[in-house]
Design a binder for this molecule. Structure first.
Ligand code: KG4
Ligand code: ZN
Length: 368
């Protein structure tokens, strides 16, 4: 029987996109959770030539490297497999081949050891990270911004999330990556665009601010990318190429637009969250795009203005990792969840199953 203060040592396995990751955490309340190891084997080089993640290549690399990641995570934690209390793994949403690799490995380990299995929603892993890094009580407001995700969530419990809104098309990281590609910069695009933007004039190109006229918390980034494309083509037509100054100014304008859009919609999400009258209001951000300095600064200023505590986990826990999956597994076990060999991988798995599907969800329903 697992109670809220049972000490748990958990292995977390993550393979939903292009990071093959495994970690061991130990949580013995009231002590803070401890990350005993956090191994991430990235696949950037594998996909570099293709300008994006190739699902089949990613799945094969996960299948080849997951056991190495798990071995390394156990070795770094200094623990044998039988010292664990459970195996947590990403069961979706994500690229199905990679998710399946993780699910099958977790099931194999459970079959060999008899350890409990706990399938974790990848987004819950990100969304629960503030409780791994800081002493945060439910309910808190979360902005998830990465290469694949963009949503505002109110986290009410380990398995209880309310989605306030999100992107209706591209994720912001995707827009950073595409903008970098359009301007001939390296991948991943976020850090490259941020570096260029440092010397640029954000006011030279008036890029659009889609959906700001709507009162909801939804966002759109695909028009922004198209606007960058138009500006680029016009500059190339006028000057026969893109000058360094043009590139820096376009990057600065793009980054400003993303920061302003996310801040403006965060303001609305904060108002909706504060209406719940949370005793200790917290606004947390996670995902790779949360590394962006301009975005971080504007969200922090907003949180301060509104009287909320602002949290942004360290980058290694913002981007995909096994520790967040292990920790979410611990939270779920304490909330009474447990899976078995019948669990199936889920390519689509909205965190808030009651929220209306976003535009662009496709006929199979909401992805995440
Ligand atoms: O969370 P993440 O590692 O992977 C998932 O998408 O799940 O996020 C990766 C994304 C990429 O699109 C990358 O360009 C973006 O995060 N990113 C940034 C920055 N660093 C990484 N975007 C803007 N500014 C940055 N400094
Ligand atoms: Zn992720």
């Amino acid at each position: 029987m697992i109670t809220p203060d049972t000490a748990l040592t958990i292995l977390g396995i993550e393979s939903s996109c292009d990071d093959t990751a495994a970690a061991v955490i130990r949580h013995a309340p009231p002590a803070r959770p401890e990350i005993l190891s956090n191994v991430v084997l990235g696949q950037c080089e594998l996909h570099a030539a293709f300008g994006g993640v190739v699902p089949e290549l990613a799945a094969r690399a996960h299948a080849e490297k997951l056991d190495l990641a798990v071995e390394a995570a156990l070795a770094q934690a200094g623990l044998p497999l039988h010292a664990l209390d459970a195996i947590a793994f990403t069961a979706g949403p994500g690229l199905i081949g990679g998710v399946l690799s993780g699910v099958m490995l977790a099931k194999g380990l459970a079959a060999a050891t008899g350890l409990p299995l706990i399938g974790v929603n990848h987004l819950a892993g990100h969304a629960l990270t503030p409780r791994l890094t800081d002493d945060v009580a439910f309910p808190y407001l979360m902005l998830l911004v990465s290469g694949g995700h963009c949503q505002f969530l109110i986290a009410r419990g380990a398995d209880d999330f309310t989605r306030l809104g999100g992107t209706i098309d591209d994720a912001p990281g995707e827009a950073f990556d595409k903008t970098a590609k359009l301007l001939g910069l390296s991948q991943p695009g976020g850090p490259a665009v941020q570096a260029e933007a440092q010397t640029g004039d954000a006011d030279r190109f008036p890029l659009p601010r889609p959906l700001l006229d709507r009162p909801d918390c939804n966002l759109s980034f695909s028009g922004l990318k198209t606007a960058v494309l138009r500006c680029r083509d016009q500059l190339v037509a006028e000057h026969g190429g893109l000058r360094a100054r043009d590139r820096a100014d376009l990057c600065a304008a793009f980054q400003r637009a993303v920061a302003e859009l996310l801040s403006a919609k965060s303001r609305r999400a904060i108002d909706a969250y504060l209406a719940l009258d949370p005793p200790a209001p917290v606004f947390a951000v996670a995902g790779g795009v949360a590394a962006n300095a301009e975005l971080r600064a504007s969200l922090q200023a907003l949180a301060q203005e509104k009287g909320l505590r602002f949290l942004a986990p360290p980058l290694s826990l913002c981007t995909d990792n096994g520790a967040m999956i292990a920790f979410a597994g611990a939270e779920l076990l304490r909330a009474g969840h447990r899976d078995d060999m019948r669990l199936a991988a889920r390519p689509r798995w909205p965190l808030d199953s009651t929220a209306a599907p976003m535009l662009g969800s496709g006929k199979k329903g909401a992805k995440a």
